[in-house]
Every structure is written in structure tokens, then in C-alpha cells.
Design a protein around this ligand. Structure first.
Ligand SMILES: Nc1nc2c(c(=O)[nH]1)N[C@H]1C(S)=C(S)[C@@H](COP(=O)(O)O)O[C@H]1N2
Ligand SMILES: [Mo]
Length: 320
């Protein structure tokens, strides 16, 4: 990790912090004046000083749905300091501090249930399932805030191919680590632990659905779900279960922690849908973190062209 990365590799800070400026900067981009302007601009964002090891050999996101191109990235300092991770604390501004000593040494991910090749992966083997790919996705929390985040990860489909689901498997269930010595809030009953989530198998197979192992070109910070987090960009954020230790192929609809907690508020599908309001607040608009004003929420979070066909014939108000 201390080796100098080859020049051909992306250098996250420069790439991410210059990209938008170049788009906007037009003729002056690249000049000393532009650079000075850029630094003044980003100084105003409380530039984050914590760094994690860079991920080597990240494949840039291809254009199209894998890369939100026309909306600003949410600055890293916000992505790593405004989090939902109830195992640490329910205070979004305090997760980063509470998670700062979290270690993932010796992490294992068990894949079991209805598959031909069940297996326990160590982190190295898990990461080798797919080359690290950049994915720039919208992230929409059910609480009506949103971000645009450059993840690093690989499609869930790669894991599924490795374990080879039985023909009768219909769903994938996911489970977060249960360890109250490392997750202090697991000694409380703010939620039922461990946090669990699930997808239909065809949703999990979709190329947009990934396991994130990094963000902004670096390893995933603990507060964002290290070492492995689920990212399904057309669904509300709570589907994106963090710090995964178990994955089970099954023929029954998996339990979802928030769905179990309040079934009238949080559905199993949890597809972003501006027309289906949460009983206590509208889902029609959202607060993009670091922006003023509100944005209109897009159907399927803007990924309808890619995913709407997964739900053909389903009543999206009944299966919200
Ligand atoms: N294990 C676990 N996973 C979780 C949560 C949680 O509390 N525990 N919160 C969810 C919610 S509500 C959201 S919005 C996202 C937040 O992810 P982020 O902090 O990386 O933005 O994580 C999801 N995954
Ligand atoms: Mo959320």
C-alpha cells in the first residue's frame, strides 16, 4: 500500500476535484488562475483530511447509467460525515467519530443457502471476485436527502456467478456483523439486530447493483459500511446494508430490518418513487446535500430506463 501508484492509475483527489471545474471552467481550466480558484472553492467545503489506502487499478465508470455526469459529486467530506449507521449511533453527524476505530481485520463473508458452491470468503478472496470499478450513483435516503457518490465496487452478479444459485433460488438475503463490542448501539433496542436486508434474485443480478468496497478511489470508510456495503441505486438508502458478513440464497422473501420495524412506512421493495409518499412525509422532492433548494425526486431515482422492466405488471403502490 505504500508503493507509489503508476501514473496511469487514477489519483482520486485530483480527478474528482478537477472534473467539475474543468466542465465549468471552460477556457481558463488548467491555468494557474483556474487552480487558485479551484482551491479557494474547495477550501470552503472543509476539505476532509482523513485518508484511507487508495484502491489500485480502478476502472473508471463508463458513460451512461453507471456515471451520473450532469450533477455535482457530493464532496467527500459530506459523504463521510453525514451517515446513517444505527449500530454506531442514530446521530448522522456523529457516526464518523463513533466509527473511527472500527477494524475489519480477519473479516469473513459467508455465502450459503440455495447455491451449488457455498463458500466463506476472506476479504481478499471477496475483492478478487471482480475488478474494482468506479460507479457514480445518486443516493436517495428515505428521509428525503440525497447525494451523488463515486463508489468503487463490482456487480453482485459476479458473486452470484461464483456460487452458482440453484434454479429454485428466488431471493438474496444479506446480514450485517453482530458484535456489540464493536457496534455499541447493538446493546440497545433502537433496531432489531443484526441489520438484515434482501433483494429479489433478478434485482441482485442487475448490472447496476453492486457491492461497494470503496469510495472516492479509496477503501470504504467504516462509517460508510466497511468493508463491504450493498449499493442498489434505484432503491432507498436503507436497502444499502453495511458491513456485510453473511449472504444467503433463498426461495422466501428475506426479512428487511426497516420493513419489519414499520411495515406501513418501509416496504420490502423500497424503490425510489416520488408518487408514493411515506406516511409521515412527501417523497416528491429531496434535499441534495450541499445544495440549496430542493430537487424533484426521479422515478427509480433516475434509473427507470434500466430497471422499470423488473417490475412490469406490479402495483408499485402495493409493493412499495
Ligand atoms: N447495517 C446498517 N446498514 C445501513 C444502515 C444502518 O443503520 N445499519 N442505514 C441505512 C440507511 S437508512 C442509509 S440512508 C444508508 C446510508 O449510507 P451512507 O452512510 O454510506 O450514506 O445506509 C443504510 N445501511
Ligand atoms: Mo436512509
Amino acid at each position: 500500500m505504500t508503493d507509489k501508484p503508476p501514473a496511469s492509475e487514477i489519483t482520486p483527489r485530483e480527478v474528482y476535484f478537477n472534473r467539475r471545474a474543468f466542465l465549468r471552467g471552460g477556457l481558463i481550466a488548467g491555468t494557474a488562475a483556474a487552480t487558485a480558484l479551484l482551491y479557494r472553492k474547495f477550501n470552503g467545503l472543509d476539505f476532509d483530511t482523513t485518508t484511507l489506502p487508495p484502491i489500485r487499478g480502478v476502472v473508471p465508470a463508463p458513460h451512461g447509467p453507471f456515471r451520473v455526469d450532469d450533477e455535482d459529486l457530493t464532496p467527500r467530506v459530506k459523504v463521510v460525515n453525514y451517515n446513517n449507521f444505527y449500530e454506531f449511533t442514530t446521530d448522522k453527524d456523529a457516526v464518523a467519530g463513533a466509527a473511527k476505530d472500527f477494524k475489519t481485520d480477519g473479516w469473513k463473508i459467508a455465502v450459503e443457502g440455495m447455491c451449488h458452491r457455498p463458500r466463506v470468503f476472506d476479504l481478499d478472496a471477496f475483492r478478487k471476485l471482480g475488478a474494482p470499478e468506479e460507479r457514480i450513483y445518486r443516493h436517495r435516503c428515505v428521509e428525503a436527502w440525497s447525494m451523488v457518490i463515486p463508489w468503487v465496487g463490482f456487480p453482485i452478479a459476479k458473486l452470484l456467478a461464483a456460487v452458482d444459485p440453484l434454479g429454485s433460488a428466488k431471493y438474496v438475503a444479506f446480514e450485517t456483523l453482530m458484535d456489540p463490542t464493536r457496534f455499541p448501539n447493538q446493546t440497545t433496542n433502537v433496531l432489531e439486530w443484526p441489520y438484515v436486508e434482501g433483494l429479489r434474485l433478478d434485482e441482485a443480478m442487475h448490472p447496476l447493483a453492486i457491492f461497494a468496497t470503496g469510495l472516492y478511489g479509496q477503501e470504504l470508510p467504516a462509517q460508510d459500511g466497511a468493508p463491504v456495503k450493498l449499493v442498489v441505486p434505484w432503491k432507498y438508502g436503507f436497502k444499502g446494508i453495511k458491513s456485510i458478513v453473511k449472504i444467503t440464497l433463498t426461495d422466501r422473501e428475506p426479512v428487511s430490518t426497516w420493513n419489519k420495524r414499520a411495515p406501513s412506512e418501509y416496504g420490502f421493495y423500497a424503490n425510489v418513487n416520488p408518487q408514493h409518499d411515506h406516511p409521515r412525509w412527501s417523497q416528491a422532492t429531496e434535499q441534495r446535500i450541499n445544495e440549496s433548494g430542493r430537487r424533484k425526486t426521479l422515478m427509480f431515482n433516475g434509473y427507470g430506463e434500466q430497471v422499470a422492466s423488473l417490475y412490469t405488471g406490479m402495483d408499485l403502490d402495493a409493493h412499495f
